[in-house]
Each structure stands twice: as structure tokens, then as C-alpha cells.
Design a protein around this ligand. Structure first.
Ligand code: AHR
Length: 511
């Protein structure tokens, strides 16, 4: 009888552990020192596939509601995620873009071939004025990437003059003739893109010299102050960081890292994948932490005061294009898995926020890990969009260090932490805790203690999850994946117990 009871009890314990993992979290509210720069939640829009054309630009005569040619539904959706900064015109396109072709009367602008992306005709209808108008409509900072690969120093120098000079000069006068009297404010300027690859296949030594030459002529006019961003490494290329920091670190304000975490292990499909593809991609996303740590260590050597920001100005997933679409357009669907990639990546950026002060997901609309997908007049919000929206609470908040003892989620020989957590405090005092449960089968019980603050209540919570790891929104079912109210917490003697559903991201507000 005794034996039977013992067996039954063991079975009961096994059932509990099979249903849920246990995790311990401490939030150190008294130790907040660094700000999570809202620019970490930045975006990237390239002349690639249907990002600029169709995604943003439909033209003034389009039946799709627009403001001066820019579609209103997309702008309204993006305003809700408080886009802080938008990088443009590329990407690889930046190093073959000649800005003078994109100003003046639209019907007179020359047409060119977009050689990188589908070899389609680029009619230059979306140029400098349209981009700056878009940023004004979004109320975000523009971040322009200049052409080092195939452009001249003069061309780059004149672009900055055209944009920012208030006095009398050939470029400022031309801007006025093109309808813009006052200069724009422009803070972020990139001196080339991926110059180790599509931007000219340069060595770091050669690029460092080119950077110094081009950057010299990126001038400050009037009160405008340009934050100069140098091309940084491709993923783990620490030699690039070493050489460029050593040779040119003093002359830059930011260094741009690019890392795409890719797709699944066996399937590259955005929507048709198995659990081993799920864990594989989440593990690849977590590699961002090692990359930032490695590049930051080199930057610390040349810039111990952390004056130069590490700017991850291209990141995200990269799946196979949707069947039947142009392979050069990089149009991919977006599932709950992509949402978890975004949430995990933000926790890593937060952790490194002293050095990482901007990041730009690739790309905003219809390309790679997009926020928004469009189909003619229709638009849908992706699961990734919802993470950006839920995480707006972290914008410019103070990072609160956390200690986490997480259970492990494993499949075959691959294992990752089951839980990821990040906490921040708003200037007004509320603490926001975001949590990810990577395990698609088990709930995660998180026992959370807070030091240095008395949390009287969890005022509200939201969660993003779905029945399947492949869940996504379609034009017929645009709300299959969207945030829901979340209340799975209770107060304990030691703090709070929060239970996350399997495969979920939750954000709670503590007061
Ligand atoms: O985002 C797509 C492309 O990926 C960009 O144009 C390029 O910089 C990177 O290789």
C-alpha cells in the first residue's frame, strides 16, 4: 500500500514537472544605472522588393489613402509602435544609390536598375524629400546611409549640404527650388554599408582609410550635429572591428554591426517548420549576445569610455521567400517564432545598453522580418509588430539588472534557457518586466523577488502566444496572433509568482 502511495506521489510530481518549469528571478531595482535607448527599437527601410514602393510609397494618385504619396494605414500602424529612428535607403542599395537622381520633379527623375534586388526598374519617385516627409509623418529621426561603394566624396558632401545647410550654396538653393526652404535636421549618417561585401568588397584597412576620407566631408552646418556611423563587422568578424576601431575609432560616433540569425535547421520556410527548426532559430538569435560581447570587448580597448555606440543596424530572421514571390524581393511571412526572436534579441540589447544605443530591424514593411505586410490596399500586423508594441514600455527606461536561474529547454542535442527576462523602470516609477518562455510544451513558473523597491501590485499584463509554433497572421485572418490580457500571477511571501504559458512573451507592469 505504502509502495503504491509512493508511486502515485512520484507520478503526481512528474506530472507537475512535465507541465511546468520552475525558474527564479531577482530584479535589482536599486541598481539601475543605464538607459535603454529607445533607438534600440529602430527600423530599416530599403529600396528592396515591396518595402519602399507599395509598402510606404503608393503615389499621390493612388486609390490607397495616402498623405503626399505615403500610405496612411502603414504610417498609423507604425506610429503606435513609436518608431524612434528609420534607416534608409539601404542596405546594399545605399552603395549604388545616387541621391541627385531622387530629387526634383518626379517625372523628370532618371530610372535605374536595382541590380541587387531583383534587377527591377527604380524610378526614383521616392527620394530625399519623400523620405524626410515620411520621417516627419512618423515623428521619427532619419538615419541616412551614404554611398561609399560607388559614390564620390563630393556626392556625399553635397547630400549633407543639401539636407542641412541654411545659407546660400548651390545645394541649399537647389533644395529651395525643389520646394523645401528650411533645412531638415539630420543626426544619423552612415558612411557606407557592408563595405566588406556588397558595399565594395573592401579590406578593413582599406575601408578605414576610405571612412576617414569620406567622413571628413560630412560636415556640420549651423546647429546641426551629425552622428557619424562607420561600417562595422559582419557577424563574428572581430578583425574588422579591431582594425576599423584602431585606425578610425576616434573619428566615428557609431560602429554598425550586422547579424541575421537566419532560419530553421532543416526547413527555411517561414511558416512550415518543426520543433527542431524552432529551437535552432531561437538558439541562433541568442548568439547576438556573444557577438555583442566580443565586439564590445574590442571597442572597450580603443574606447574605454564607451563614446562610440555599437549600432546593430541590420538584424532579424531571414527565411525563404513566400512561394511564388520574386526571390530578389525577400518577402517572408512572420510567425510566433519570429516574435520570440525579437523579444529575446531585445533582452540582449537591453543587457548591453551601455554600448548598444541603436538597432534597426530588417526591414519595416514587406521585407524580411517585417512589422507590416501589405497586399494592395490590405495591411496586416505581424507577430513581430506586436512585440515592438508591447515593448514600447522599455523605451528610454532605466535598465534594472536581473539575476535569473532558468530551467533548460532542450530538444535532441540543442538546449537553450527556457526563460529570458528583462526589467526596466520608467521615469514615472513603474517597473516593467518582460518575460519569454521558449519551451513550446511546458508553462514556466517564474518566482520573482524584487530588491530595492516595494512592489504592491502587478497593475496589468499582456501576453503574446498561440496554439501552434507556426501561428501567423494572414490577410484573411489578420488577428490570429495578437496580444491578450495576462493575469497569471500571485503574490507570495518572497515576491511574485508568474506563470508563463508555453511559447509565449509576456510584459507586466509592477507598481
Ligand atoms: O537587408 C537586406 C540586405 O542584407 C541589406 O541590403 C544588406 O545590407 C544585407 O546584406
Amino acid at each position: 500500500m505504502k509502495k503504491l502511495f509512493l508511486l502515485l506521489s512520484l507520478a503526481a510530481v512528474a506530472a507537475v514537472t512535465a507541465a511546468e518549469t520552475e525558474n527564479q528571478l531577482v530584479i535589482h531595482a536599486e541598481q539601475g544605472r543605464f538607459k535603454i535607448d529607445r533607438n534600440i527599437y529602430g527600423h530599416f527601410a530599403e529600396h528592396l522588393g515591396r518595402c519602399i514602393y507599395e509598402g510606404f510609397w503608393v503615389g499621390e494618385n493612388s486609390p490607397i489613402p495616402n498623405t503626399r504619396g505615403i500610405r496612411r494605414d502603414v504610417v498609423e500602424a507604425l506610429k503606435k509602435i513609436k518608431v524612434p529612428v528609420l534607416r534608409w535607403p539601404g542596405g546594399c542599395f545605399a552603395d549604388e544609390y545616387h541621391w541627385k537622381d531622387g530629387v526634383g520633379p518626379r517625372e523628370q527623375r532618371p530610372r535605374m536598375v536595382n541590380t541587387h534586388w531583383g534587377k527591377v526598374v527604380e524610378n526614383n519617385h521616392f527620394g530625399t524629400h519623400e523620405f524626410m516627409d515620411l520621417c516627419e509623418q512618423l515623428q521619427c529621426e532619419p538615419y541616412i546611409c551614404g554611398n561609399v561603394g560607388s559614390g564620390t566624396v563630393l556626392e556625399m558632401q553635397q547630400w549633407v549640404e543639401y539636407l542641412t545647410f541654411d545659407g546660400e550654396s548651390p545645394m541649399a538653393d537647389w533644395r529651395r527650388r525643389n520646394g523645401r526652404d528650411k533645412p531638415w535636421g539630420l543626426r544619423y549618417f552612415g558612411v557606407g554599408n557592408e563595405n566588406w561585401g556588397c558595399g565594395g568588397n573592401m579590406t578593413p584597412e582599406y575601408y578605414a582609410n576610405e571612412y576617414k576620407r569620406y567622413a571628413t566631408y560630412v560636415r556640420n552646418f549651423g546647429t546641426n550635429r551629425i552622428f557619424k556611423i562607420a561600417c562595422g563587422p559582419n557577424s563574428g568578424d572581430t578583425n574588422w572591428t579591431e582594425v576599423v576601431m584602431r585606425e578610425a575609432g576616434r573619428r566615428m560616433d557609431g560602429l554598425a554591426l550586422h547579424y541575421y540569425c537566419g532560419s530553421g535547421r532543416k526547413s527555411r520556410s517561414a511558416t512550415q517548420f518543426a520543433e527542431d527548426d524552432w529551437i535552432w532559430l531561437l538558439r541562433s538569435a541568442l548568439r547576438m549576445d556573444q557577438l555583442i560581447t566580443a565586439h564590445s570587448a574590442i571597442m572597450d580597448k580603443y574606447d574605454p569610455k564607451k563614446r562610440v555606440a555599437l549600432i546593430v543596424d541590420e538584424w532579424g530572421t531571414w527565411h525563404a521567400v513566400e512561394p511564388g514571390t520574386n526571390p530578389g524581393f525577400l518577402y517572408q511571412q512572420n510567425t510566433l517564432r519570429d516574435a520570440l526572436v525579437a523579444a529575446l534579441t531585445f533582452h540582449i540589447f537591453h543587457q548591453h545598453c551601455e554600448r548598444v544605443r541603436m538597432a534597426n530591424i530588417a526591414q519595416t514593411v514587406n521585407v524580411l522580418q517585417a512589422m507590416v505586410l501589405t497586399d494592395g490596399p490590405r495591411m496586416l500586423l505581424t507577430p513581430t509588430y506586436h512585440i515592438f508594441e508591447m515593448y514600447t514600455v522599455h523605451h528610454d527606461a532605466t535598465l534594472l539588472p536581473v539575476e535569473l536561474k532558468s530551467a533548460t529547454y532542450a530538444l535532441g542535442e540543442v538546449s537553450i534557457p527556457a526563460v529570458s527576462a528583462s526589467a526596466s523602470r520608467q521615469p514615472g516609477g513603474a517597473i516593467h518586466l518582460s518575460l519569454v518562455n521558449t519551451d513550446p510544451h511546458q508553462s514556466a513558473r517564474v518566482l520573482c523577488a524584487i530588491t530595492g523597491a516595494e512592489v504592491k501590485e502587478i497593475a496589468q499584463g499582456r501576453v503574446l502566444t498561440a496554439a501552434a509554433i507556426t501561428a501567423h497572421n494572414t490577410f484573411d485572418q489578420p488577428e490570429a496572433v495578437k496580444p491578450a490580457a495576462f493575469h497569471a500571477w500571485k503574490k507570495t511571501d518572497a515576491g511574485w509568482e508568474i506563470t508563463l504559458p508555453p511559447k509565449s512573451v509576456a510584459v507586466v507592469e509592477m507598481r
